[in-house]
Structure formats: C-alpha cells, structure tokens
Ligand binder design. Structure first.
Ligand SMILES: [Zn+2]
Ligand SMILES: [Zn+2]
Ligand SMILES: [Zn+2]
Ligand SMILES: [Zn+2]
Length: 697
C-alpha cells in the first residue's frame, strides 16, 4: 500500500460541522473583517449580474470559456449559482472537466469509479472531507480522503480492530476494503468504506463469493493509482518548494538592497557570513529567519514603509552585537599577546618547573589587565607588556604566597588534630591533601585502580586539577567566563576536551586519615611530627604493618610485606580504611637494604612469575620547558619521549638538559617500588647477617 505523506497541518480552522449537500459543496471562508465582507458581497452581485446573461450565451461559447479553466476554478464556479452547478454536473460537460484536468501536468487519470468534480475536490481542495476545516494537506490517496486530526479519530478504523482468523466478515473487510498502511499514524480504513462494504455484503448473500472476488480484484488497481498520485503530489511539492525558496531568496535580496541603501552593508556582510557558518545565538534571529524576511511572499516596494522601522531596529541590534564581538575578539587577541610575552619572560627569568602563574593568572594581574582593556583604538602588541612586566617578580612572589596561604586555609579548615600556622608547614609529611575530582582523574588516567589520590608537598601545589578543567563544564569559580572559547588554552594531551583554568584549590581537601597514618609512621620511625616530606624521603624507611599481623612484631620468623612510607599510607587507606589506630614497625637498616635490593629485582621477577599480571605504569616524570602551558604541550614524558619530542618539535635539538630544556613534573609523587615479602628480624636486637626473605608472593 502506498505510504501517504503525513503532512498533518497543525492549524485547525473553524470546526463547526456542516452537513454537506454534495461532495463538492464547501462553505465559503467567512471573514470577520467588514471590508472583506463588503468586497465579497460586491463580487457576488457582480457575478450574479454576469450570470444573468447566461441564457444569452450559447453553450458552445460557454464550453469554450470553461475549457480554459482549471479543475479548482470549475469547482468554485459550480458553487456560485444553481445554474452553473447544474450545468457543470451534467454528464455532457465531461469534456470541460477533461480539458481542465489536461492542464495539470502528470496528474494521474480520474479513477473510473469517481466523478470529475469529486476527483478535483480530492486532489485540489485542502479541506477536511468530514468537517471542512481548511488547510488540510494530510491526504490519503488510497482512502481518497483528507481528514483533520480530530476527524481522523472518528472516521478511521484501525486494522487491529479486525481479526481475519476469527471472523469471516473481518476477513472479507481486510481483503476488499481499501486500507492505508500509514495514515494519521496507523494502518486504517475509512469507517464509511467499511460500513458500505458490509451493507453490500449483506445484499449479496446469494453470490457472496463472486462479490468478494470482484472486490478483491479492484484493490490492486486502486493501490497502483494511489502510488501514481503520491508520486505526482510529491513531485508537485518539490517543485513548489523550489519555487517558494526562490521567492524567499528574491525577497531577502530585495530587503538587503533596501538595508544596504540605509548604510547597513557591514552588518549585511556579517549576517551572510553567520548564515554560511550556521551561527545562531540568543542576541538576534539570523537575518534569513527574521519574520519579515523569511516569508515566501514577493517583496513589493509599497510594503517597505511598514517594515522599515522594524528592520532598522533589528539592524541596530546586529550593529551593537558586532561592536561587542569586535571588542571581545580584540581582548582575546591582546590576551594572546600577553601570554606570548609571559612565555618569553618566563623562559629568561624563571627556573623551569617552578610554581608559577599560568597565562590566565597573568591576564588577571591588574597591570596586564589594564593594558588588555585599553580602548580599542590603542594598538596593543606583545611588546606593549614589557614595561608592566617589570613588576612581575613582585607579582609572582605575591601570587605564590597567596596560593600557599589558600592551601593553609584549606588545611586548617579540615585539620582536626594539629594545626599548620604557616605556609612552611605545608612541607610537613603530616600535611596530606587529596583531590575530590575523581571523574577528572579517571579521564586523565591519573591513578591506578587500587591507588588513592593522596598528595604531599609539592604535589598538591602542582596537581593537574588545580589548573585544568573540562571544556563546557563551566567551573563557576572562574573570573573570566568565556575561557571555553579560547583554543590556545587547550590541554588535550592531559585528556580530551581539557583546557587550562585559573589556579584554584577548588577540589582539594586536607586528608585527615592519611595525615594520622603519617603520624603513626613517624612515631614508628621515632621521628618528630614536624618532619618534612623531603627529610622523610631522604630517610626512606621501610615499614611493616602491625595491624595486618594483629600486633605481632618482626621476629625473623614471621613473613611481612615491606613498604616505603608512601606505600604504607596507601596500604592503610585501602586495607584498613584509613584506621587512625594502625601502627607500623620500621625494619632494621640492614633489612631495609635487603628490601631495596629485592625491590630492584621485583619487576623482572614479576614479569617471569606473573606474565599476565598488570605491571606498574611507565614512569613519566618530565615536562618540556618550551611547551609549558601551551596548547601543543605533550604532557608528562619519559626521557626517551622527551628526546623524540625535541627532535620533532623543537628544531631537532639533540643535546637537551634537565632543568633547562625539560623539568621534573611535580604533580605526582615519585613512583614507588613494589612491596616485597620478607622475614625481617627484630630491629631492636643486633641484626644478624643474611636476612631471610621469601620471594614468592
Ligand atoms: Zn475534520
Ligand atoms: Zn584532582
Ligand atoms: Zn596492614
Ligand atoms: Zn616542547
């Protein structure tokens, strides 16, 4: 069955149901406007006057005149007077209708079981066949009807209603009554068709079989005809669409010409460019979608006065928008210059890798901000910042102090068991921060599955989340609100869709559990609570967890996992949920030496013992000095990768130097060795030579 075009019109005209006294009868469009009514009455009088001459004209002449009319004209004519109606409904006027239809290119023939007027009514009058609502384009060629949404509910019957297996009549209905497989959202037939068929079936009780067979043969013919009609209506719609499009273009051009004369040439060019790039924003509708422009109506000069003011207002809005946009673009261009000037300055004046503001923090520094925001007429280049940059050392110092103080505040906000009165104390081993932005960590692949994000000095200062953000996630704490639009802030090497942001402690919090664990480790090492990270790293003790051994200490017999202090903290967080009561024992320095030897051999041992077990990730501690904070930055690299990067991206430079061309990335802890299994001896007794250890895990 043909698919009907589902163009159900959203509009619904007057829904007053009128009884049709003929299938071509149709109520005239009533108009409430007096003027229209008057002219309508005048037309009626005129046509009556003309029609009074009808008897005086010979039929031949009338037929000759009528044969030049279109089918819809004939329908309208038939409605004007009873005489015309009678005349045009006569069988012998078929030739008039034929010649009228002949003017419609490619329209399929009038079906043999339909009258010409009914055919014209179906094909050309966009009204609901039930309630005469106008502008109904939703046609079913197979059902030969047009129905509005409301009438569709009452006049159509869903195919599901009939069951060919259970009911003989239903079986005949399904075979003999025309069904549309997709009309008004369902497979359906007309209730009237079905009723008429059932009545006829009743009347053919004696030759029911012949009757049904005869009806069945009619269905394929009707389907073929419907398909032809559908093709025709589709091609007509396409042709019409092109025609309307041309009218719109002509209208747009005509209005553009008028606006051009009014001096809006720049704005028109801008709007055209936006249309080509498909730009839409909330400031104004695109020109081609403006209500006065988009109409498919020929533009006439006489209409210009009535639309002139509206369009001038519109163009003024566009003009103001362009001005704002130009200013914004200029500001961004100046920011780029400031960033380049900053990178140059940093290369010369600062040690690579030190804790420094990024370009966004520089843009917000008032001497730079003032230059960026100078009036548009003033030219700003990279050199414009030279003078202001003399204040940079003081600014970067103040900036660093401010950020460290922010961290102290975050620490003091969460700290329950000791206090850090000043920034220096951030270096204590008991000062542990964590970051709550787990989602971002996952995207960056920062931590392994069993690893907690815990950070000591200086990792928490350099932590990536402090100065990175995902685009379009709108970190609401940022001073500059449209950073998302700035491509040079891209940090795609960290994770897809990432960009730089103003440095912030937004996601950081003081990790009390980790801090207490460090306290217990320091106690085990008999070191003071004020011990700094650097000192503890230098000491590099090896520890065993006494919670795992239920309090039993090293005795040379018991097997323990031996850990570094950082691994011991991770262990307590993971295995003992950060229990503040977990105690540790530091193994003897001799055993520690042996543990380090085993640790060094451990990766190779694991590869041979557990080839399918995931290995520790490759350590990538280096970052490129030249690429720092730029969109081309490659992220953290191994030394070999750094060499390759320099060869490829920095003029093939081969001799690269640590602390000059590349720097250690402090955003994550130094990589830790595997835990090893040993039988450490009692560290309080004199160490015996040759510690016992177990290699198997
Ligand atoms: Zn209707
Ligand atoms: Zn983070
Ligand atoms: Zn444990
Ligand atoms: Zn580089």
């Amino acid at each position: 069955m043909p698919k009907t075009r589902n163009e159900t019109s959203g509009q619904r005209g007057p829904s007053k149901k009128r009884k049709a006294d003929s299938e071509i009868d149709k109520p005239k469009k009533a108009s409430s406007r007096l003027k229209q009514t008057e002219s309508f009455v005048a037309r009626r009088t005129q046509s009556k006057a003309k029609l009074s001459m009808l008897p005086s004209l010979s039929l031949d002449i009338l037929f000759e005149i009528f044969s030049h009319l279109s089918p819809i004209d004939l329908i309208h004519l038939a409605r004007t007077t009873k005489d015309f109606r009678r005349l045009l409904m006569q069988r012998n006027t078929t030739t008039i209708w034929k010649s009228a239809f002949a003017q419609i290119q490619e329209l399929p023939q009038c079906p043999s079981d339909m009258s010409y007027p009914a055919w014209a009514h179906l094909a050309f009058e966009p009204v609901c066949h039930n309630c005469f609502t106008t502008n109904i384009r939703n046609i079913s060629w197979i059902l030969r009807t047009r129905l509005c949404n409301r009438c569709a509910k009452t006049c159509l019957e869903n195919v599901d209603k009939f069951d060919a297996d259970k009911n003989e009549v239903d079986k005949d209905i399904l075979e003999c009554v025309p069904f549309d497989d997709d009309y008004c959202g369902m497979e359906c037939c007309l209730e009237s068709d079905r009723k008429r068929f059932v009545e006829e079936l009743e009347a053919h009780k004696h030759d029911r079989k012949d009757f049904v067979e005869q009806r069945m043969t009619e269905i394929p013919v009707r389907i073929d005809h419907a398909i032809d009609c559908e093709d025709w209506s589709e091609s007509l719609a396409n042709g019409r669409a092109n025609e309307l499009q041309q009218i719109r273009i002509d209208r747009r051009n005509a209005i553009s010409a008028k606006l051009f004369e009014m001096g809006y040439d720049k704005e028109l060019d801008f709007l055209t460019a936006e249309r080509l790039e498909d730009v839409e924003h909330s400031d104004y509708v695109p020109f081609h979608k403006h209500p006065l422009v988009k109409q498919p109506k020929l533009f006439k000069d006489k209409n210009w006065d009535s639309m002139k003011d509206t369009l001038r207002d519109y163009m003024e809005i566009v003009r103001a928008y362009i001005k704002r946009k130009e200013r914004k673009d200029l500001i961004w261009k100046r920011r780029e210059y400031a960033a380049l000037a900053w990178f140059d300055y940093r290369m010369v004046e600062c040690d690579p890798g030190t804790f420094l503001p990024n370009q966004i923090d520089i843009w917000l520094w008032s001497p730079v901000k003032d230059i960026i925001e100078q009036p548009s007429e003033i030219e700003v280049t990279k050199d414009s910042f030279e003078h202001a940059f003399r204040g940079l050392p003081a600014f970067t110092n103040a900036w660093q102090t401010d950020k460290l103080e922010q961290l102290v505040r975050v620490a003091n906000n969460n700290l329950k068991w000791l206090s850090f009165p000043e920034a220096n104390d951030l270096e204590r081993a008991t000062c542990v921060f964590s970051c709550s932005n787990d989602f971002q960590h996952n995207l960056m692949g920062c931590y392994q599955e069993d690893e907690s994000c815990i950070m000591w000095f200086p990792e928490f200062i350099y932590h990536r989340c402090n100065s990175l953000s995902r685009r379009r996630w709108g970190d609401k704490d940022e001073t500059i609100t449209d950073l998302d639009s700035c491509q040079s802030l891209s940090a795609e090497s960290e994770a897809s869709g990432f960009r730089r942001r103003q440095w912030s402690t937004r996601w950081l919090f003081f990790d009390d559990k980790a801090s207490r664990t460090v306290k217990n480790i320091l106690t085990a090492c008999r070191m003071p609570l004020s011990t700094r990270v650097q000192h503890l790293d230098r000491e590099d003790p090896r520890l065993v967890c006494l919670k795992c051994s239920f309090g039993a200490k090293c005795d040379g017999e018991r097997v323990f996992s031996v850990m570094t202090w950082r691994t011991a903290v991770q262990h307590n967080l993971k295995k003992h949920f950060g229990d503040g009561q977990t105690t540790f024992q530091r193994i003897s320095s001799l055993d520690a030496l042996e543990a380090k030897r085993l640790e060094a051999a451990e990766p190779a041992r694991r590869i041979s013992a557990l080839p399918n077990h995931p290995q520790q990730p490759i350590d990538r501690p280096w970052r490129c000095t030249l690429c720092r904070d730029r969109s081309v930055e490659k992220g953290a690299l191994t030394l070999a990768e750094m060499r390759k990067h320099y060869t490829k991206c920095h003029d093939g430079k081969v001799a690269i130097e640590e602390g000059v061309d590349y720097y250690r990335s402090y955003d994550r802890a130094p990589s830790q060795p595997y835990q090893v299994r040993m039988k450490p001896r009692d560290p309080d007794v004199d160490p015996q030579p040759g510690p016992m250890y177990i290699a198997a895990i």
